[in-house]
Design a protein around this ligand. Structure first.
Ligand SMILES: Nc1ncnc2c1ncn2[C@@H]1O[C@H](COP(=O)(O)OP(=O)(O)OP(=O)(O)O)[C@@H](O)[C@H]1O
Length: 502
């Protein structure tokens, strides 16, 4: 991170993050947005943060004290109700907004109260990460569980990318990427830091969520994925010893008893703090007590307005969808009925970040009806959102890399489902798909007599002729394939048939 980066440097460094829309014109919030009393420390933060990868602010005055999340990616903050935990989180967010570019940092908010994080929605397309279709700040336990699982997948992708690049940390990886040593065509991309923030974490922690969080906090060191959890339920069984052991930074605001203090800090002390805003943490071999800054919520809103009013990315940074099988096999989307131009259309839509039927029609030179059918399939497959009148549909994949992973998964799901089908079903499926490929003809674009759009006009006879021809061709090919199957069966049995079908 370097605050002195010019716009050109940023394009040079992050241009490939989103080739469709660079944010070179992005401006950090100005100190004038803050009341006089807050300007000095935030200006100090801008200078002090330069030496850290992702600083966590612990004290702002008289000196700035931070922990680098880069080396301590998991943080637990405990405190009684109204001790100042949410304010602590606001302070982190506000200080990050003053220092980071949207390409460098994303956060995910899980919150239990509806009001606490409303302003965050304004910076969704700049600084937020989420699952496709999720709210900017998530409150529902099921969504939280899916988000953690998606982060586990993101974590594994990142570790794979590191292995390919021959590095062990996000810092080294991004360094290679910035210096053009890693080719985006091989799936490499600039990796932003992603911070999962869970306010009132006890609300979300149960069974599977706790075990997923344990896995995430065990694996995320140097991957650029971080976790900050705040809780008032210190003695809750949801903070298991295994989870607790993964927090290398443990902070306390006012706690109810010495017992609670020991559970968080291994020592007494937090029970004596003055709420709201006093914080205690381990500094060297002693405990240090500091007072947290207080930034009024209106100020946070102003800063978010400033960021949000600027040009952003088309979407929040979308996390990989975790359960493709669920979204594909239990939706209306029939994987075998995909239009042959389905994949090409998905790439087009994601590349242009525009869920538009006429885009598919124009670029692939299709009739409007067929483009419309493809768009329906894209919606059923969870690639675009639903029809919203004159607005283009929302595109749920931010870049081609994420899309390719999705396509790989559905193709893999396709073959695994195929292997589960009965042999006779398989034969029909494969025969069908082979026939589709053979009878597929590029459609001719018929120009309308007037109008700007290339809306194709279908001749009434077209479908009839095509239908008869293709039925004859299908019949001939089906007979041919069945004959082949019979011959292979006689020579090498069912195993040979199955191999041939594959
Ligand atoms: N450092 C601070 N200085 C002054 N007032 C503060 C400070 N931190 C928080 N407050 C005030 O204390 C109240 C409670 O703060 P906050 O909501 O951050 O607490 P919390 O621990 O998150 O509470 P809960 O457990 O209910 O979520 C708020 O009115 C807030 O404005």
């Amino acid at each position: 991170m370097n605050n002195n980066d010019s716009s050109e440097d940023l394009v040079e460094k992050y241009g490939t993050y989103d080739p469709q829309l660079d944010l070179s014109s992005y401006r950090h919030p100005t100190l004038e947005l803050l009341p006089e009393s807050q300007r000095l420390w935030l200006s100090n933060v801008k200078t002090s943060y330069r030496n850290f990868e992702l600083p966590l602010l612990l004290e702002n005055a008289p000196s700035i004290i931070v922990r680098d999340l880069y080396h301590h990616p998991n943080v637990l903050l405990a405190g009684t109700i109204a001790s100042g935990k949410t304010q602590f989180i606001y302070n982190q967010i506000i200080s990050w907004l003053y220092v980071f570019h949207p390409a460098e940092l994303k956060f995910i908010i899980c919150r239990s109260k509806p009001v606490d994080y409303n302003s965050i929605a304004k910076i969704e397309r700049h600084f937020l990460s989420k699952l496709p279709g999720a709210e900017p700040a998530i409150a529902e336990s099921g969504q939280v569980a899916k988000t953690i699982n998606a982060l586990l997948i993101e974590c594994d992708h990142r570790l794979d990318l590191f292995t390919t690049a021959g590095v062990k940390t996000i810092k080294d990886y991004n360094n290679l990427f910035i210096h053009r040593k890693l080719n985006p065509a091989d799936g490499h991309r600039f990796l932003s830091n992603i911070v999962l923030i869970m306010d009132d974490m006890q609300t979300f922690l149960h069974g599977d969520v706790t075990s997923s969080l344990i896995s995430l906090t065990q694996r995320n060191l140097y991957t650029g994925i971080y976790f900050i959890g705040a809780t008032s339920q210190i003695m809750s069984r949801s903070i298991t010893p295994q989870l607790r052991a993964n927090f290398s930074v443990r902070l306390a605001m006012r706690l109810m008893s010495q017992n609670e203090s020991r559970k968080i800090l291994d020592r007494v002390g937090a029970e004596k703090l003055n709420p709201p805003g006093e914080l205690i943490f381990e500094q060297g071999d002693r405990l240090l007590t500091v007072k947290q800054p207080f930034v009024d919520y209106d100020v946070i809103q102003n800063v978010c307005d400033f960021v949000g009013s600027q040009r952003g990315y088309p979407n929040a940074y979308l996390l990989p969808i975790t359960n493709v099988e669920e979204s594909i096999f239990f939706s209306d989307f029939d994987i075998y009925d995909r239009d042959p131009l389905f994949e090409e259309s998905t790439r087009l839509i994601v590349m242009h970040q525009q869920g538009s039927t006429s885009l598919i029609q124009r670029k692939l030179k299709l009739r409007y009806n067929r483009a419309g059918r493809i768009m329906d399939q894209l919606e059923a497959a969870g690639i675009v959102g639903s029809f919203e009148g004159s607005k283009a549909r929302e595109v749920f994949y931010a870049d081609e890399h994420a899309l390719e992973q999705y396509l790989e998964t559905i193709n893999a799901s396709n073959s695994s489902k195929l292997s589960n089908l009965s042999i006779s079903e398989s034969i029909l499926r494969v025969a069908g798909s082979k026939i589709d490929k053979i009878v597929e003809q590029p459609e001719k674009l018929v120009q309308p007599k007037s109008g700007k759009e290339n809306i194709a006009i279908k001749s009434p006879n077209d479908s009839c002729h095509n239908g008869n021809d293709s039925r004859k061709a299908q019949l001939a090919i089906a007979i041919f394939i069945l004959a082949m199957i019979l011959i292979i069966y006689l020579i090498s049995g069912w195993e040979g048939v199955v191999n041939w079908l594959k």
